[in-house]
Design a protein around this ligand. Structure first.
Ligand SMILES: Cc1cc2nc3c(=O)[nH]c(=O)nc-3n(C[C@H](O)[C@H](O)[C@H](O)COP(=O)(O)O)c2cc1C
Length: 396
């Protein structure tokens, strides 16, 4: 990336994305729910954790590579599935290329704007993310399409609670991109000429469709139609999760686990991995930061399944803290979306480089040779930091 567009922190990527994207697109990336308590806690909680660095005796070379759900990755940072990548004409394909260029894996959202076949061509290390939408037959058909496309695992996200209010207001997302919508949105677009030009070059507006919710080769249903169907679908039971896990047969993650009892039930349902996550604070506001829930969940099931964390990762040092507290790897959401909004594929690569560099620097400071050497003793934790959710009260 040219020196003048390179950014040195995720915070600067966010500022660039804000400047470059139309207001509604930027605000869709910001997301969050209700008062934004969880989205803030996800980030702020990392600031409560400290380090005690060594001054002499650092390892000359640090090893950041690991494996996650059977995939070798160059660093313990994966792309979490997110559904708003139509902010860029190349969307998920740009993100997949960036992840592949930096040797890591990608989760592809059910609401992706690009077909899974194109994304896997850009990065074979792709997990397909499934929402519980439309009943078993429809879900099985989507999983089979993902399998045929070469997806190396499934990520099942069941924590969405349809919380739609935000104290700072939600962006207006059009139902379809017809001429009328384009004319209506033009004033907003004109304030962001470089973004508009990028789309103008493609000679087509953002499609606002979900191509992976339909059959291969078709444009897919409109986003809002799928969303409506999702709202009308009965939520899954643990038997449903076990059924899908059995049907899939390969690496399988349940994303959004915050409680020990849920983590144990996920193990019983046969999952191979969980992500301790509150959907980036976009759901039930007042849920604690995922990093607060991680230590107890990792202690309860970390020897049986791979435990990942997502939520609030903005720095390489955050990754080090999560690993020290029991995560095998982390997944990122907003950080790479801001990179994508700021500078497309190069912006996502830039974000991954920031996290790699920051993690490497943390390992050096802590005197560790490898990401596998981090332990809870590497982190200074204030009293009452941990939230052990889903444990029966003492004496019960
Ligand atoms: C704009 C946006 C869209 C998202 N869409 C999805 C999605 O389609 N599927 C999913 O499993 N998670 C989705 N997530 C949640 C992310 O996968 C991840 O859990 C979260 O972003 C992590 O928090 P962070 O943004 O602080 O890194 C979305 C998050 C954001 C911010």
């Amino acid at each position: 990336m040219a020196r003048d567009t390179w950014f040195e922190t995720v915070s600067i990527a966010q500022q660039r994305a804000k400047k470059r994207l139309p207001k509604s697109a930027y605000s869709a990336l910001l997301a969050g729910s209700e008062k934004g308590l969880t989205v803030s806690d996800n980030v702020e909680a990392f600031g409560e954790l400290g380090f005690a660095p060594h001054v002499v005796g650092a390892c000359e070379k640090r090893d950041l590579a690991t494996t996650v759900m059977g995939q070798e990755v160059a660093m313990p940072v994966l792309i979490s599935p997110t559904g708003v990548q139509a902010i860029h004409p190349d969307g998920e394909v740009a993100v997949a290329r960036a992840a592949a260029a930096r040797g890591t894996a990608m989760g592809l959202s059910s609401f992706a704007s690009k077909p899974i076949e194109e994304v896997i061509a850009a990065n074979p290390k792709t997990f397909f993310q499934i929402y519980w939408l439309g009943g078993r037959d429809a879900i099985a058909a989507r999983a089979e399409r993902a399998r045929a496309a070469g997806a190396v695992g499934l990520i099942v996200t069941t924590d969405w609670s349809f919380s739609h209010g935000r104290d700072w207001g939600s962006p207006k997302i059009p139902e379809k991109m017809d001429l009328r919508t384009i004319v209506e949105m033009m004033p907003e677009g004109l304030t962001r000429p470089s973004w508009l030009l990028e789309w103008a070059k493609t000679l087509r507006p953002p499609a606002l469709r979900a191509p992976n919710q339909g059959a291969k080769g078709e444009p897919g249903p409109a986003f809002f139609n799928v969303y409506g169907e999702w709202m009308g679908t009965p939520p899954p039971t643990w038997e449903d999760i076990a059924w899908l896990r059995e049907l899939w047969g390969g690496p399988f993650m349940l994303k959004g686990v915050m409680r020990i009892d849920d983590a144990k039930r996920a193990v019983d349902a046969g999952v191979s991995a969980i992500s301790v996550s509150n959907h980036g604070g976009n759901n039930l506001d007042s849920t604690p930061a995922s990093i607060r829930a991680l230590p107890a969940v990792a202690e309860a099931v970390g020897d049986q399944v791979e435990v990942l964390l997502d939520g609030g990762i903005r720095r390489g040092s955050d990754v080090a803290k999560a690993l020290a507290l029991g995560a095998r790897a982390v997944m990122i959401g907003r950080a790479y979306l801001w990179g994508l909004g700021a500078a497309g594929q190069a912006g996502v690569e830039n974000v991954l480089d920031i996290l790699y560099g920051g993690l490497d620097s943390a390992l050096r400071g802590l005197g560790k040779a490898s990401v596998h050497d981090l332990t809870p003793e590497d982190v200074i934790m204030p009293p009452n930091f941990v939230r052990a959710l889903g444990v029966p009260p003492a004496g019960a």
